[in-house]
Design a protein around this ligand. Structure first.
Ligand SMILES: C[S@@+](CC[C@H](N)C(=O)[O-])C[C@H]1O[C@@H](n2cnc3c(N)ncnc32)[C@H](O)[C@@H]1O
Length: 248
C-alpha cells in the first residue's frame, strides 16, 4: 500500500504509533548523553530538537541546563512533551509546524533530529528544504546532529513481511523497496478486541554518501559518522546512521 504525500499528518498518533514507548523512554537518557557529548554545549546555550515528538530527548537536554526548543507537526505529541517537561520540572519552548518551513534564523547553537525523523517526503527537494531550514536556524558555526536508520543496512537485510508480538497487540510490517527508499505498511492488531489499523509511510533510504551529499548541499559540512549511540563505527551492518555536521 503506497501512502499519500501527506501521510505524516495521520500517522503520528498515539492510538497507532507511540515514539515514547517504555523501551524508547528508557533509552533516551543514554542517547541524549551521547548527543550532548558530541555537541559540547554549555549551560544556557540554545538547542533545537527538530521533530521532537513527545519530547523524550528534549526533557533530557533541558535537564542539563540547555535552552531547548522542541519543534514538531503533531499537536498530540507536543502536548505530551509539555506534560513530560512539567513532570520533570524543566522548561521547554514548543513550536508546532512543518519541518520543511522552519522560520528560525541564526537562533540556535546546535540542532538535532533524532530517531529517523527525516526522509519522509516523496520528493527529495522537500528533504533538502528541511536541511536548509535547519542550517538557517543555526548560528554561524552551529552544529547539527542527525540520527536516522541506515539505508544500506535496511537494503541488505530486506525482509518483505515480518511481525512481532508486542504484548497487547501484534505488529505487522510490509516493506517495498524502490530506488529512492521504502514504502512501509504497518498493521496493528489489538489482541483483546481484534481491531486492526493499517497505515503506510515512506522513508527515503540514506547511506553515508547520500546523506553527506544532502547535508553539504544545505550548507552543513559532515564532520563525523557513527553507527550507533555507543559511538560504534558506521558499517553496512549498522542499523543507525548518525552524522555530526557543522554550518559552513
Ligand atoms: C519517529 S518520530 C520521532 C520523535 C522524536 N524525535 C523521538 O525520538 O521520540 C518522528 C517525528 O517526526 C514528526 N514529523 C513528521 N512529519 C513532520 C513534519 N512534516 N514536520 C514536522 N514534524 C514532523 C512526527 O510528528 C514525529 O514526532
Amino acid at each position: 500500500m503506497r501512502p499519500s504525500a501527506g501521510w505524516y499528518k495521520n500517522f503520528f498518533k498515539n492510538s497507532f504509533y507511540n515514539p515514547a514507548s517504555p523501551a524508547a523512554v528508557k533509552k533516551a537518557p543514554d542517547e541524549a548523553r551521547f548527543v550532548l557529548k558530541q555537541l559540547g554545549l554549555c549551560r544556557g546555550e540554545a538547542l533545537l530538537d527538530l521533530c521532537c515528538g513527545p519530547g523524550r530527548h528534549a526533557v533530557e537536554f533541558a535537564g542539563k541546563g540547555l535552552n531547548v526548543t522542541g519543534f514538531d507537526f503533531s499537536a498530540e505529541y507536543l502536548r505530551e512533551a509539555a506534560a513530560r517537561a512539567k513532570k520533570k520540572k524543566v522548561s521547554l519552548r514548543l513550536v508546532r509546524g512543518d519541518m520543511r518551513a522552519l522560520k528560525f534564523r541564526e537562533e540556535f547553537d546546535a540542532a538535532v533530529n533524532l530517531f529517523t525523523s527525516f526522509g519522509y517526503f516523496l520528493n527529495f527537494s522537500d528533504d533538502l528544504k528541511t536541511l536548509k531550514g535547519a542550517a538557517r536556524a543555526l548560528k554561524p558555526g552551529g552544529l547539527f546532529l542527525i540520527d536516522i536508520v541506515n539505508g544500506e543496512c535496511v537494503r541488505k537485510g530486506f525482509v518483505p513481511r515480518n511481525w512481532w508480538d508486542m504484548g497487547d497487540h501484534y505488529h505487522l510490517e510490509e516493506l517495498e523497496l524502490t530506488r529512492d527508499g521504502a514504502f512501509n505498511t504497518w498493521t496493528k492488531i489489538m489482541k483483546r478486541t481484534g481491531k486492526a489499523q493499517t497505515k503506510s509511510f515512506f522513508s527515503r533510504l540514506y547511506t553515508r554518501e547520500r546523506l553527506g551529499a544532502a547535508l553539504e548541499k544545505a550548507g552543513l559540512k559532515p564532520l563525523k559518522f557513527w553507527g550507533g549511540f555507543k559511538g560504534q563505527p558506521l558499517s553496512e551492518d549498522s542499523i543507525r546512521l548518525i552524522v555530526l555536521a557543522k554550518k559552513t
